[in-house]
Design a protein around this ligand. Sequence first.
Ligand code: NIG
Length: 385
Amino acid sequence: MATTVITGIGELTTNDDALGTLTDAALVLDGDRIAWVGSASDAPAADERVDVEGRAVLPGWVDSHSHLVFAGDRTAEFAARMAGKPYQAGGIAVTVGATRAATDEELAANLRAHLDEAAAQGTTCMETKTGYGLTVADELRSAKVAAAADEVTFLGAHLVPPGEDADSYVDLVCGEMLDAVAPHVGWCDVFCEHGAFDADQSRRVLEAAKARGLGLRVHGNQLQQGPGVQLAVELGAASVDHCTYLDESDVDALAGSDTVATLLPACDLSTRQPLPDARALLDAGATVALAANCNPGSSYTSSMAFCVTTAVLQMRMTVEEAVRAATLGGAKALRRDSGEGAVGVLREGARADVHVLEAPSTTWLAYRPGVPLTRAVWRKGERIR
Ligand code: NIG
């Protein structure tokens, strides 16, 4: 298999505790894995040599939260929101209608376009969810389409379909829908929020998923304080996402657990919610991830750089914390941060997912807000930009 040495790295963020951040560094890619990391002067020879001339290099972004199996858009809803109308979870139903009306090919093409859009900006590992089908047949085909992403999450419990009884719908999700979808997904999520699913309904869905061997994720505490975080921690979810409204006991619960607090700042901006208190979470010792939450309703962006910039400029995260949260944090939220083929980290044996910035250091992600800084990207060892 061909090897590539990337040399002349001015600043190399490895996210590996032993390696740390290196200057004047090099990396060797062998097939889809990292084969060597170290000082440029010690780099072994390789089939191909790429000199990045002092630029900063980091792991590709790991975007652990998106909703990309959808059709249509919600421009009018967004415009109304910017004119003062509040965000309501009920808007999801508009996308459900468009998604049900689309063909499998249209859904797959739309997903591919968004995955490619993200990859061009340095995202090399991406999770996506079902959740705009909400019938057994539509959730099943959504799960099959979603297989183009690195990780697939079943979100049948996204909204009670309009006109249906909530408890009967939860029965369907916990039974026939999970039976159909479980073989095609790794994760199950639930939108535990006033207006979506309450604590008891959310628990039923998560326990049914756990019984089928799926990993758990929760949408929690997005629009107001609620039981989502505590439920996620209690049930050992890998991640609870949004975390916009937390009280002290939520922060303590997260800090004392392996559940990652995944923050979605682009969503909070787009829905005109406050930004989450990242500082409280980090200072308490919780693991924080940043994700773009690309979806047509609450956060129509695939830009992880925008999330990092916002986290630094508006959420009192340092550049190092924000970059780590958008790479290793996402990998932890997907339980892909260790072992062979790990993502979000650059060390021997990790997946060869490499992001070269048009910048001498990652500090420029916040210092030059809004400027596209992706210079080159390798995903699984293949240069895609
Ligand atoms: O993560 N909160 C629930 N689900 C999505 C929004 C989906 C939509 O509005 O279409 C989210 O923000």
